[in-house]
Design a protein around this ligand. Structure first.
Ligand code: C2E
Ligand code: CA
Ligand code: CA
Length: 562
């Protein structure tokens, strides 16, 4: 019986996936399984009972690198269970659980926990890292940040750099997300290659990155780091079959002057970044205290803008578009006005940008469309209404539906609505823009390209997009009567329109001299202060009826030819 039991125990012992050994009170081996010997590289003869622990350890080929278990060895005469961890020079981690019995003999279980540790580390790594780029993520960066601030009792300077890629969205939109991801991974590598000792980068998400720079003199070091990063990211990126050119804007805040907690430093670096973007991108800016005041003002304006529509603070004014041939009003451009309860009239130049950034332009623009169509129903059927539509509406809203609703609610015939877009509409996702323009055209709506000559003025746009009209920007008209170059541009655009079968309208005609010149250069439709400032709807009704009696006509006839 005893023999059988022993054999059985031996078998269990040998089959155990862990190492097991037992020593008596004098630290002499009582028993050990094969796995124990394998783990520690102990020669077979030494695994026989009676061998001293010291002898076994001395002969072990598995070099114990360090003891990584947290607990110190218990004092002499201890009993109970004690767990220790060993990291061997070959990378294995062995956990040893020792149970000491009252008679001072010990049983030890040896487990190879290398894999378990790796996957735990992997989990910790994943929680602290951005999967796409392998950089730290915001949570991990925050921890680094806090530790740095805690350590930095002396108040040493360090810099926080907020980075935001320029033109990344365009790459993502035109080449797809997979290519966008590839680009981000390359960007991460390039940023890392710019970093020196004591500089750490994290990806905050999207195309935003954060660098912490310490142990150097400020502001010089952060400036040179920003320059290095900007120059590294302005080089073209090779993305398989495509090449992308992007850039980066950088905002910098320096501790302790610009803040002593992560939130303040991040916020201020972000304000500086906002300024860098506004100042034309591809550049860096330091935080300045007045940025806070500006951001405050912006936030206040944004809050007011959010309620303006619901509180009926918007109204439309109209500026007539006049035909020099028929001397009649052919159309009127609807221009948005905001009557702020405290600040009075605010120019669209001041709030349209903000409305676009916040997405509020979508609701506002929908209201403009609806109101303009309603108003136009009161005009002669020959007068068209022109409505400005922002690139954001084009990209994000259901513009086709909004236009359809505005037309059907007002019963305005589609061919009396003209939508003014800028080149930024054509540049963002050309395929989608083309589809939408075509659908709007199919509805019967007219399409005009606003501010022509100021943007890229790419001729290929004129060929690939089915437009009806070019509006020659008023900057060319300003000095068309004094500057031959401006005059040549007006002539060229009018000629281009003619040849491509596009109508042209000259904007911003303020004087008779300007009118004379644009007329002689072949322009037929004009818009500007000379005929009328943008005016309330009621005044427009008068203008439509009486324009042929305008004093402009007789003055024009009296002008000398030449
Ligand atoms: P825009 O579309 O180029 O509108 C023409 C601007 O030129 C208007 O400024 C108008 O008042 C001004 N203007 C007209 N004739 C003359 C002139 O003879 N001389 C000068 N110096 N200026 C003239 P406004 O009303 O301040 O609008 C500015 C911009 O705001 C517009 O430029 C347009 O881009 C935007 N905007 C206005 N209303 C809307 C709207 O309902 N939706 C959208 N998305 N944008 C709008
Ligand atoms: Ca316009
Ligand atoms: Ca314009």
């Amino acid at each position: 019986m005893l023999v059988e039991e022993n054999a059985l125990l031996r078998l269990v012992l040998e089959e155990l996936p862990h190492g097991l050994c037992m020593f008596d009170g004098q630290d002499r081996l009582v028993l050990a399984n094969r796995r124990y010997a394998e783990m520690w590289g102990i020669p077979e003869p030494l695994t026989r009972p009676g061998t001293a622990f010291k002898t076994i350890m001395a002969a072990s080929t598995a070099n114990q690198n360090q003891q990584t278990g947290l607990k110190a060895m218990p004092p002499d005469g201890w009993s109970g269970v004690h767990v220790r961890e060993w990291t061997l020079t070959d990378g294995r981690i062995i956990q040893v659980t020792v149970t000491r019995l009252p008679d001072a003999s010990t049983i030890a279980l040896h487990e190879d926990i290398t894999e378990r540790r790796r996957s735990q580390e992997q989990v910790v790594y994943l929680a602290g890292h951005d999967q796409l780029t392998g950089l730290l993520n915001l949570a991990a960066m925050r921890a680094v940040f806090e530790e740095l601030l805690a350590r930095n009792a002396a108040g040493d300077e360090f810099a926080v750099l907020c980075l935001d890629l320029d033109k990344f969205k365009r790459v993502n939109d035109s080449f797809g997300h997979a290519v966008g991801d590839q680009l981000l991974a390359q960007v991460a590598l390039r940023i890392q290659s710019c970093l020196r000792h004591d500089e750490q980068v994290a990806r905050l998400g999207g195309d935003e990155f954060l660098i912490l720079q310490c142990g150097t003199t400020q502001p010089e070091s952060s400036k040179s780091l920003a320059k290095r990063v900007i120059s590294a990211l302005s080089e073209p990126f090779n993305l398989g079959r495509s090449v992308a050119q992007i850039g980066v804007s950088v905002g910098i805040a320096i501790a302790p002057f610009d803040g002593i907690c992560p939130d303040d430093l991040l916020k201020n670096a972000d304000l500086a970044l906002y300024r860098a973007k506004a100042d034309g991108r591809g550049t860096w800016r330091y935080f300045e205290p007045q940025m806070n005041a500006k951001a405050e003002a912006r936030r206040a304006l944004e809050a007011d803008l959010r309620v303006a529509l619901a509180q009926g603070q918007f109204h439309l004014v109209y500026q007539p578009q006049v035909s020099l041939l028929t001397r009649k009003v052919t159309g009127a451009e609807a221009l948005l006005r905001w009557q702020h309860p405290k600040r009075g009239n605010i120019s669209p130049v001041e709030f349209i940008g903000l409305a676009e950034e916040t997405g509020l332009i979508i609701d506002i623009g929908r209201w403009v469309l609806a109101q303009a169509c309603l108003d136009a129903m009161q005009w002669q059927a020959s007068v068209r209404v022109a409505v400005n539509v922002s690139a954001v509406q084009f990209a994000q809203s259901n513009l086709l539906r909004d236009v359809g609703n505005a037309l059907s609610n007002s019963a305005l015939p589609a061919d009396r609505l003209e939508i003014e877009i800028t080149e930024s509409v054509l540049m963002q996702d050309e395929k989608q823009s083309l589809a939408l323009i075509t659908e709007l055209r199919d509805l019967g709506v007219f399409m005009a390209l606003d501010d022509f000559g100021t943007g890229f003025s790419s001729l290929s746009y004129l060929l690939s997009f089915p437009l009806h009209r070019l509006k020659i920007d008023r900057s060319f008209v300003q000095n068309v009567d004094t500057n031959p170059k401006a005059r040549s541009i007006v002539r060229a655009i009018a000629g281009l329109g003619n040849n491509l079968g596009l109508a042209t309208t000259v904007e911003g005609v303020e004087t008779l001299d300007q009118l004379k010149v644009v007329q002689s250069e072949g322009c037929i439709e004009v818009q500007g202060f000379l005929f009328s400032q943008p005016c309330p709807h009621s005044e427009l009704l008068d203008l439509i009826h009486n324009l042929n009696h305008s004093p402009v006509w007789s003055a024009l006839e009296e002008m000398p030819h030449g």
